[in-house]
Design a protein around this ligand. Structure first.
Ligand code: PMP
Length: 351
């Protein structure tokens, strides 16, 4: 152990992202990327930017992108914050909004980055168990807390919390910041965007990584009351003057302009999800209802780890989860129809 490290660094257990192996000859269904390319207009905008001005610093306020997001959401530009992927936006939000004498609350089965941010920023937290059907129950969050954060739909379960429940949660927690992480909201859920002007304690976080096929560009954003956004800006300004590079700003703006491509790709994924969920059920899997671009499933007589390993031998990569209470689940990203057919063919030989 390096004697110059601080105690904080020694104790940190960083988040371990899903594997990113070389793509040739692989069916990669492990990290919830979109299987379709981004809009051609995004590529055009990035090419134009590349030819123009990489010599110069980007706009520290990413004004054009904020305007595109504000317009899309029907809110003011001063209600929008942007960052390098929603992971970074979440990091700033934990630091700016969730440091509190009381523990913050999040589900016990959820995005595993949340406890990592708590460790980094020294935030106390309490994990609230999901129900036996792996759902968030809002009544369990009606207790004194330093803030609440959860993904909707939840990850890795894919289960969606209805907007009416989020409204109840917000109404009964007016003194706490409630962060709804909507990384997967475009695959069938109703966004809490509809509630931001009603609840100044609500911060919604979204990303271009999933429904807009831009995981590699690293663009995430948050929106909510101006006061919350100002807090995020202060933290960001104390960390990095330039939240996004020029290519990310240009590509991000174009992604919001091409609504047809967005609609097409999310509809294709939702259609494929329905087909895959049914096909898995036909193979004997228990499949949780999903509103995300992945399904969470287990087989009553096959260990998820062994299934994942057997799929891997056939060059198909999925995630299996070894968490308390759910170690037997597989999480499968919805790929193209061809990719999903390869997966289903393999599973039909394995189960
Ligand atoms: N929130 C959730 C629930 C996620 O699953 C992910 C993807 N790993 C993220 C946020 C982060 O996504 P990104 O940083 O690519 O925007």
């Amino acid at each position: 152990m390096n004697p110059y490290w601080s105690a904080l660094v020694r104790d940190l257990r960083p988040y371990v992202p899903g594997e990113q192996p070389k793509l040739s000859n692989l069916v990669k269904l492990n990290t919830n990327e979109n299987p379709y390319p981004p809009s051609p207009k995004v590529l055009e905008a990035i090419r134009a930017e590349l030819g123009a001005s990489l010599r110069l610093y980007p706009d520290p306020n990413a004004e054009t992108l904020k305007r595109a997001i504000a317009q899309y959401q029907g809110i003011g530009t001063d209600q929008v914050f942007v960052g390098n992927g929603s992971d970074e936006v979440l990091a700033h939000a934990f630091q700016a909004l969730l440091k509190h004498p009381l523990p913050i609350l999040f589900p016990d089965i959820t995005y595993s980055f949340y406890p990592v941010y708590c460790g980094l920023y020294d935030i106390a937290y309490t994990c609230v168990p999901l129900t036996d059907s792996y759902e968030i129950r809002v009544e369990d969050y009606m207790r004194p807390n330093g803030g609440i954060v959860f993904p909707n739909p939840n990850a890795p379960t894919g289960r969606l919390l209805p907007l009416a429940d989020i409204e109840t949660l917000l109404g009964r927690n007016r003194d706490s910041v409630v962060i709804v992480d909507e990384a997967y909201i475009d695959f069938g859920g109703d966004s809490a965007a509809a509630l931001v002007n009603q609840f100044p304690n609500l911060l919604v976080i979204q990303t271009l990584s999933k429904s807009r096929s831009l995981a590699g560009l690293r663009v995430g954003f948050a929106f909510g009351h101006e006061g919350l956004i100002e807090a995020l800006e202060r933290v960001k300004g104390s960390f990095n003057s330039y939240p996004l590079d020029r290519l990310a700003i240009a590509g991000g703006v174009a992604a919001f302009e091409d609504r047809d491509h967005f609609e097409w790709s999310r509809q294709a994924i939702m259609w494929t999800r329905q087909w895959v969920a049914q096909a898995l059920a036909d193979l004997g899997f228990e499949v949780l209802p999903s509103a995300a671009n992945f399904v969470f499933a287990r087989h009553p007589s096959h260990d998820a780890g062994e299934l994942a390993a057997a799929l891997r031998e056939r060059h198909i990569i999925v995630r299996h989860f070894r968490l308390p209470r759910i170690d037997q689940f597989l999480r499968v990203t919805i790929g193209t129809e061809e990719e999903c057919q390869i997966l289903l063919d393999a599973l039909s030989e394995l189960v």
